[in-house]
Design a protein around this ligand. Structure first.
Ligand SMILES: Cc1cc2nc3c(=O)[nH]c(=O)nc-3n(C[C@H](O)[C@H](O)[C@H](O)COP(=O)(O)OP(=O)(O)OC[C@H]3O[C@@H](n4cnc5c(N)ncnc54)[C@H](O)[C@@H]3O)c2cc1C
Length: 188
């Protein structure tokens, strides 16, 4: 178990504590006014008993700083687990290391690890061979290789099939690959 100011922040413990939990996902606001409103809203949800929060990550890292700041604030203000979404698309191994080092320094523990979608202005983008990760499971392997069990890792799940999947049943196979690589929970 690990704690911040005496509060449990491990998402798995929060999920195991009750039969049914509920959470809210936030998109980092673009303006200072939006930030203030978001924290006020999150406080209301927290007081209503939300079990945890998650914060999205803009395509290609466009919200990387604000996602991290919001996750830290949520953990500190509400003493509840917060999940940092993360997409590895267009990130080199060095960039990945810098980002995860910073998350670790900031005591971020819970990650929703994804490959992410190609950038909107590059719909035919393909990862650079050997320099970028191709699939979500490779990101999980990368995190486990370099950071051991520091992070609790979740993955996105697609009950109706991922939009690019040629066959729906392949998705459950790929989900198992992610579990074997070290994923511990799924958010659909
Ligand atoms: C709960 C949730 C939260 C999300 N949050 C964000 C967010 O904050 N920011 C954001 O940009 N996006 C977000 N997304 C969207 C997500 O990034 C995209 O749906 C992305 O395309 C899928 O990422 P992935 O890690 O599941 O991809 P992958 O697991 O890499 O899958 C991508 C494609 O490759 C195929 N595939 C997977 N593994 C293999 C394999 N081993 N061999 C061959 N093919 C394979 C899959 O079938 C799929 O078609 C979220 C989605 C969900 C469900």
């Amino acid at each position: 178990m690990y704690c911040i100011f005496g509060q449990v922040v491990n998402i798995i413990e929060a999920l195991n504590k009750k039969e049914r939990t509920f959470s809210f996902e936030f998109f980092p606001p673009r303006t200072p006014k939006g930030m203030v409103r978001m924290y006020k809203t999150a406080r209301v949800f927290s007081e209503l008993g939300a079990d945890f929060f998650s914060v999205t990550y803009g395509a290609g890292g466009s919200t990387s700083k604000s996602t991290l700041e919001i996750v830290k604030e949520f953990q500190g203000r509400f003493a509840k687990p917060a999940i940092h979404h993360y997409t590895c698309v267009k990130q080199s191994p060095n960039e990945l290391r810098l980002t995860f080092d910073e998350m670790r320094r900031s005591d971020v523990r819970n990650i929703l690890a994804m490959r992410g979608d190609p950038p909107k202005d590059e719909p035919y983008y393909r990862p650079a061979k050997k320099k970028e990760l191709k699939y979500g499971y490779e990101l999980i392997e990368f995190i486990r290789k370099h950071y051991g069990d520091w992070f609790t890792i979740g993955v996105p799940g697609f009950p109706e099939g991922h939009i690019l999947t040629p066959q729906k049943k392949l998705d459950s196979k790929y989900l198992k690959v992610k579990e074997d690589a070290g994923a511990e929970f799924v958010i659909t």
